[in-house]
Design a protein around this ligand. Structure first.
Ligand code: 5BU
Length: 477
């Protein structure tokens, strides 16, 4: 049986057991409503419980990346329990009121900051109950961006939640439910029209906007805790320990020159960015020495490969050929253009997806590039589905993404704003960090082609770190 047939079966069962009623009812706030949902009754019908949870699981949860499940108290708790067992993922419980004795904690169960939790709810009207649960989970450092719902009443909850960075996926909307019930002769056309009119005229007010703390003000140590990506955690911690957010782009064609440069500046950088395919004398010995320097000076290696093909080709380009990138680069850059397949290809390294990181290109620094707002938005939502693989974004603006666990990597930086004669646009450290939200700053020619790269790297390192400190102090914004 396909999903639509099963959804229809569930809708009819919910109607039959009086979980959905039509008539004239009074809501909690004293308003008359022509439709009433009481999904609490489904605990009396094991077949409905089973059908609901299997639909939620297969329709909304199967392909998602999450560590924990939390039901909104109380109606959704038994459903969340069934889903936890089916998905073999641990469940959390949120208290309605904090305990008055002992620990005051609101969340029961075992978890770690940075883990991803999915929310389960029966009916969404304004979204405020989902938001309350989400806020308590976020206070514990958990990442919450998805809520799985049985019914969206289409009264503004979806928009309210999306403004708080929660995307909902529902089995039914009020419209689809009304359509199924009238098609099956359970309600008359007049009832359906009346309910639709009611829904249109009774939108829930916007919920209070309690976004999680803005990433611009959070120090890297804190963001390390909030990230679910092991390599992003490491990079945040390297930056905090070495007090540098400088990534040098070694766009140099001689391997010896690269190694000599890194020997001089390794102590001042958090990451080196390579374009391995421009090196004219590439050998495996170069790779070994590069790794050795990275270890000695505690910096990470980013190969700026900008993958852009179908998953299968990308996995070969990543692991095979002359460069065998996956064997030595901690992380790589990738376009999102091919869709999720590109991430699946990059995750397919034998060591497993947690050992490699990806920066997705959400924007470019070059003049006239073709990236649009919509492309940017879908890139960011794609990344949210692969938080164990994606470390962050190559981008230019603070509004590109909100999740403080992701890293903003920004190229196109020089001490003075300028441009080259091939479309590159340079902004100053102050502009990219304080105004535009850059976390890791990529500097290439500004350092590499200077007379004394070592002195220049120190100047950049200090200037960039000062801007970061200014930003997190919150004084200038
Ligand atoms: P520059 O010498 O500081 O201009 O070098 C910038 C580096 O960053 C260079 O290796 C580019 O390939 C890379 N880059 C960029 O400049 N702009 C972008 O939008 C992206 C990468 Br994505």
């Amino acid at each position: 049986m396909d999903i639509d047939t099963k959804l229809e079966e569930l809708a009819l069962k919910l109607f039959q057991i009086d979980a959905i009623k039509f008539g004239e009812f009074l809501t909690k706030s004293g308003i008359k409503t022509p439709v009433y949902f009481d999904l609490r009754v489904i605990v009396s019908y094991p077949d409905v419980m089973e059908l609901t949870s299997s639909l939620l699981f297969n329709f909304a949860m199967k392909d998602r990346d999450y560590n924990l499940i939390c039901g909104v108290p109380y109606t959704a708790l038994p459903i969340a329990t069934l889903l936890s067992v089916q998905a073999k993922k641990p469940m959390l419980m949120r208290r309605k009121e904090a305990k008055s004795y002992g620990t005051k904690k609101m969340i029961e169960g075992h978890y770690k900051a940075g883990q991803i939790c999915i929310i389960i709810e029966d009916v969404v009207t304004s979204g405020s109950s989902v938001l309350e649960t989400t806020n308590d989970l976020r206070k514990e450092g958990l990442k919450v961006n998805d809520a799985i719902i049985i019914l969206d009443r289409e009264q503004g909850g979806k928009k309210n939640l999306s403004e708080n960075d929660i995307q909902i996926k529902s089995l039914f909307t009020m419209s689809t439910l009304l359509e199924i019930l009238s098609r099956n002769g359970k309600i008359s056309k007049d009832v359906a029209i009346n309910v639709k009119q009611y829904i249109r005229d009774n939108k829930a007010p916007p919920t209070e906007n309690k976004k999680f703390e803005h990433r611009m003000f959070l120090p890297f140590e804190k963001r390390a805790e909030l990230s679910s990506n092991m390599l992003a955690k490491r990079l945040f911690n390297i930056m905090a320990t070495k007090k540098t957010n400088l990534c040098v782009s070694v766009d140099i064609t001689s391997s010896t020159s690269i190694l000599n440069l890194l020997e001089k500046i390794g102590a001042h950088i958090c990451m080196v960015k390579t374009h391995v395919d421009i090196i004219e004398d590439f050998t495996w010995d170069f790779v070994m020495r590069l790794k050795e320097l990275a270890e000695r000076y505690n910096f990470m290696i980013l190969e700026d490969r900008k993958f852009a093909d179908i998953g299968n080709t990308v996995s070969l380009q990543h692991q095979k050929g002359l460069f065998r990138i996956a064997e030595w680069a901690d992380c790589v850059t990738s376009h999102s253009l091919p869709g999720e397949g590109v991430l699946k290809g990059l995750a397919a390294v034998p060591a497993g997806p947690t050992s490699r990181g990806v920066f997705l290109l959400a924007e470019m620094s070059s003049e006239g590039n073709l990236i649009t707002q919509e492309y940017k938005d879908v890139t960011v939502s794609m990344a949210a589905r692969y938080p164990h693989l994606v470390m962050g974004f190559v981008c230019q603006n603070k509004d590109t993404f909100k999740d403080p666990g992701f890293i903003q990597l920004t190229p196109g930086v020089r001490l003075e704003s300028s441009r080259d004669d091939m479309g590159q646009v340079y902004n100053t450290p102050e502009k990219v960090i304080v105004e535009n939200g850059a976390d890791v700053i990529v500097v290439g020619r500004g350092i590499v082609t200077s007379k004394s790269p070592e002195t220049e790297a120190l100047i950049y390192k200090d200037a960039l770190w000062r801007c970061y400190e200014k930003r997190v102090s919150g004084k200038l914004l």
